[in-house]
Design a protein around this ligand. Structure first.
Ligand code: GRF
Length: 209
């Protein structure tokens, strides 16, 4: 009996790469029928690139310093993903907008995680601790994580899944960030599992499943 072809995952990440790591770990543990094949970062010093190298996954630093022309950068990101035959692109703390060529090539197959319950607390400037500080400042009783399909803007594409956390009076932006990161890790693996077993259908699912 031939085993089913694994879905190939490509990551774009700018910093720590902890979401990327839990997905890699789930693939290695056969919890996800997928194979991480490439990691691209705009940050040469990122934890994500170091993690990729430690895992033996192809790793590329592609940024405005390697490719000053935005169109050339977009072209290089698309071709790198395609050369590695990526089926699904996973944004894991990627701080740059995705270029039009990449968006078109991977339409409906680029996922992002955001550390709040979109559509609240999304958009330009809403990243990292800014998100959690705004949630606390507004006295919200809950926050959480959202996974969505990426379109041309920040945090606006169709929502695929959310997971909530309770915000208590004792929470600070830092403590809330830790709580949300824990559910982010759970949610990314769970949601990918549902995509891969077709419980959640991506618009262009037929291309990889
Ligand atoms: C996460 O909070 C994610 O929601 C946001 O950026 C952060 C990335 O963390 N988009 P890590 O690099 O995965 O540790």
């Amino acid at each position: 009996m031939t085993s089913k072809k694994k879905t190939k995952l490509g990551f774009l990440a700018s910093a720590r790469g902890s979401n990327m790591q839990v997905i890699i770990d789930a693939c290695k543990a056969d919890e996800l029928p997928a194979q991480p094949v490439v990691v691209i970062s705009n940050n040469r010093e990122s934890g994500a690139l170091a993690r990729a190298q430690a895992e033996g996954i192809a790793a590329y630093h592609l940024s405005s310093s390697t490719h000053p022309d935005p169109e050339q950068l977009d072209r290089k990101i698309t071709s790198t993903l395609q050369e590695h035959e990526v089926d699904i692109v996973i944004l894991a703390g990627y701080m740059k907008k995705i270029g039009q060529r990449t968006l078109t090539a991977y339409k409906g197959r680029i996922l992002n995680i955001h550390p709040a319950l979109l559509p609240k607390y999304g958009g330009a400037g809403m990243y990292g601790m800014h998100v959690h500080a705004a949630v606390i400042a507004n006295g919200e009783k809950e926050s959480g994580a959202t996974i969505h399909i990426v379109d041309g803007d920040y945090d606006t594409g169709p929502v695929l899944a959310q997971k909530t956390v309770v915000v208590t009076a004792a929470d600070t932006a830092e403590s809330l960030a830790r709580k949300v990161l824990t559910v982010e890790h759970e949610l990314y693996v769970e949601t990918l599992g549902k995509i891969l077993n077709s419980e959640i259908q991506l618009p262009d699912r037929g291309k990889f499943n």
